[in-house]
Design a protein around this ligand. Sequence first.
Ligand code: CUA
Length: 330
Amino acid sequence: MRRGSIVRITIYGVLAGILASLVAVLVPWLPTSASEQMDRIEFTFWFTTVICIAVFSVVAAVIVYSILNFRVPLDDETDGPPIHGHTGLEIVWTAVPAVLVTAISIVSAIVLAKNDDTGPNPIRIAVTAQQFSWRFAYPGDAKFTSGQLVLPVNETVKLTLRSLDVIHSFWVPEFGQKSDAVPGIETTLVITPNRTGEFALVCTELCGLGHATMRSGVRVVDRAQFEKFVAGPAKPAGAETSGKAVFTTAGCGACHAFTPAGTDAQVGPNLDKIDPGGRPLEDFVRESIVDPNANIVQGYQPNVMPGTFESSLSDEQLDALVQYLVEGQQ
Ligand code: CUA
């Protein structure tokens, strides 16, 4: 090949590489990382991207050169010269991709192994997913549970995920990983947050009518704030069993509009004006919580609301929730 051709192919390759690099760098493909695991995933992402850009540059350069140099006149219908292959080239285009793909596999395997490693003493938080809410049980004497996920910065947390009904999936984009919550088994997810801030946990598995509302707040705080949170709220006598707290923790607001709680979801009936159909309001409300299919409001479907609250709420919590709803009637 003439020297001029090599120079031209090289120029095309460099231009293609610059173009692809700009697309890679200027478009915000990934959220800003907030965990060690996400940092490793980003490394894998960029490692692979650099390889892809190199391959793209070579292919693009050869294609552009060929299009510009080997065009035939429109009226030339002859065949090109027969070619019997090129052993050297074939070895190169088999060996180079094999090496690159192997390199990506090795990097990925290392990252996967590291991202599953909890270290000697992780903080364990039990996550319960349920249509359409998340609940978190924290370690410690207080046995504190909350609808919000609060994590200490720079410490490794091991989440164990359970589902009470259908398959849900835990995803905080800034933490980089997803894990399904599957009924009947326990799955895990390791997170080491390395940046304080507020993030959003979203359910990323279509799980029913309220799927889009199955969101929860995540806060990454320093160790002292975490310990204060896990110790439970400074209780003005029974705060944890206040009706409003139960409403929030049980995830009622993900599906129901209720003005005193400030929720406006439309998945289930509005709770501001409950029509007990001539029965005592309190009985009706209680029955509707523990046995949601007993009274289906016109225009709504049975089997949407979970029937698990009788077992997941304590008697005290259930009483408080019923009172809260009854007193909140407009
Ligand atoms: Cu739970 Cu989607």
